[in-house]
Write a protein that binds this ligand. Structure first.
Ligand code: AMP
Ligand code: ZN
Length: 498
């Protein structure tokens, strides 16, 4: 399943408040161009499968975009692919993650990048995250990076050491503003708090590589010529170059995980503003970490699990997405069997409700109460999403409507028109939730995806011919790929949403 566009976009434009990491307060969102939002999200480093912490970061971006679209903004979103330059250390020491993985897997660095980039898109599609307008690869923007470094050199921000061309962070006024610390405090924090490794010759801990030279004793797979010598770009310059190329020198929103605040994003600001002399980004937004046993889920720590791991355990993509959207992006989600079971229960309540709406009938049509429930839910839903994406409150509003209408059906039924209006409201909420509730509605009406119908037919034939192995294989495929459960009963098969 791919999700390239957001078909149901309802709602009205009203005030949106976003928590801006720069200044650490809620601010009214005002885009640079009326009706249009330009946003950039730091993309994945494609040297292994994304874990659920990474997916939380992209679900947050998806919710942000869907919220803005619900408010009728046109969103131009860019999310890069980091396929070179991200080293094993947060600073400039250590190995390139791509090159290291290529050696381990006996493949080329480009093969590794392509393989995990595909896996990343597959995971995002599986969780129904909308695809960004542009997904630029770092390796395809080396020229832009080289010219940006050249501009910084002309403006006197750089110095050369054996290891590469470095940015002198003491030359940038307000260096570290995103962290709320001043230059000295941030240097102290990086040495003693983050314990970043440093590189011989660097003038300050906060200085960072713009262009790193290839090692003299070994040939890198990913390296390019430059005015300073053969090498490869620093990780931070990649995002400055790609974001400004596609969104302009100043754009609206930049996102990433909170780990990017003290180094990666602080350095993006220093580079971009150093080069252009203009404000780089108006709203900085950061998601919190998914934790495992109180520690950040991280590839390097080895304490991670992936979407495939959870699907193999029998959770459907909707259960997983529901769990990730039900936690505020600035709090730390707990991905446990218990929380996933809770999410599965909530999704089932929505699906049962939609089936019930399909069967609703009333002798004395009276839609007044249903209309009131819809209006209250809509008001509360939009207020919640527009207050820094308060999804827990937004979901409360959805379930408030579900409960009220359920009670109404218990008491006196609901007219077909009333049921249609409730379903319409639910589907409009779903343009933000992204749970594809329209599929439940289709099921309730007996409509199935044509491929699913074909598979069910094939399975029936296989059973008739005694080919139970094939029938079981098709049943598994229906469950894993389409979330459809087939049960064989005395009265024939029963088709359900898994
Ligand atoms: P990476 O592929 O490591 O460059 O990370 C991609 C995105 O995932 C970045 O925005 C990170 O900040 C974010 N991220 C990494 N680990 C976690 C985590 N445990 N929880 C939430 N976000 C994370
Ligand atoms: Zn970035």
């Amino acid at each position: 399943m791919t999700a390239k566009s957001n078909p149901v976009t309802k709602g009205s434009k009203s005030r949106i408040l976003l928590f801006n990491t720069m200044g650490r307060k809620l601010e009214k969102f005002v885009p640079i161009e009326k009706g249009v939002v330009r946003m950039y999200s730091c993309g994945p480093t494609v040297y292994s499968y994304p874990h659920m912490g990474n997916m939380f970061a992209y679900i947050f971006v998806d919710l942000l975009r869907r919220t803005l679209e619900y408010n009728k903004y046109r969103v131009i979103s860019v999310r890069n692919i980091t396929d070179v330059g991200h080293l094993t250390s947060q600073a400039d020491a250590g190995e390139d993650k791509m090159e290291r993985e290529a050696q381990k897997e006996h493949k080329t660095a480009y093969e590794i990048a392509k393989f995990y980039e595909d896996a990343f898109f597959r995971y995002c599609d599986a969780l129904n995250c909308l695809r960004p307008a542009v997904s630029p690869r770092a390796t395809e923007h080396i020229n832009e990076m080289v010219s940006l470094v050249g501009e910084l050199e002309r403006k006197g921000y750089t110095y050369r050491i054996d290891d590469g061309i470095y940015y002198d962070s003491s030359k940038f006024r307000d260096y570290g503003a995103l962290t709320g610390m001043n230059f000295e405090q941030l240097n102290h924090y990086l040495i003693f708090g983050e314990r970043v490794e440093t590189v011989p010759g660097k003038k300050h801990v906060t200085d960072f590589a713009l262009w790193k030279f290839s090692p003299k004793d070994a040939k890198r797979q990913m390296e390019w010529d430059s005015p300073w010598g053969v090498g490869f770009p620093g990780w931070h310059i990649e995002c400055s170059a790609m974001s400004m190329k596609y969104l302009g020198e100043t754009f609206d929103i930049h996102t990433g995980g909170v780990d990017h605040i003290p180094i990666h994003h602080t350095n993006e600001i220093a580079q971009s503003e150093g080069a252009t002399g203009k404000k780089f980004v108006n709203y900085w937004m950061h998601n919190e970490f998914v934790l495992v046993d109180g520690k950040k889920m991280a590839k390097s720590a080895g304490n991670f699990f992936t979407l495939d791991d959870l699907l193999k355990k029998g959770y459907a993509w909707r259960d997983i997405r529901y769990l990730l959207i039900s936690v505020h992006y600035r709090s730390q989600p707990n991905i446990t069997d218990r929380s996933l079971e809770g999410a599965r229960g909530a999704v089932k309540r929505l699906s049962d409700f939609i089936t019930r709406l399909g069967n609703a009938e009333s002798m004395k049509p009276d839609d007044k109460e249903a209309k009131r429930a819809i209006k209250e839910a809509k008001d509360s839903f939009i207020r919640s999403i527009n207050t820094d994406l308060n999804m827990p409150e937004a979901l409360k509003a959805v379930f408030m409507m579900v409960n009220t209408v359920n009670k109404l059906i218990d008491r006196k039924g609901l007219s077909k028109r009333g049921a249609k209006a409730v379903l319409k409201a639910l589907l409009s909420f779903d343009s933000v939730l992204g749970l594809r509730l329209d599929e439940f509605a289709d099921m309730a009406k007996g409509r199935l995806d044509p491929v699913v119908e074909k598979l069910i037919k094939l399975r029936k034939e296989a059973r008739k011919n005694g080919n139970y192995a094939l029938a079981d294989e098709i049943r598994k495929r229906l469950k894993d790929e389409y979330g459809i459960e087939v049960e064989d009963t005395g009265n024939g098969e029963v088709i359900k949403r898994a």
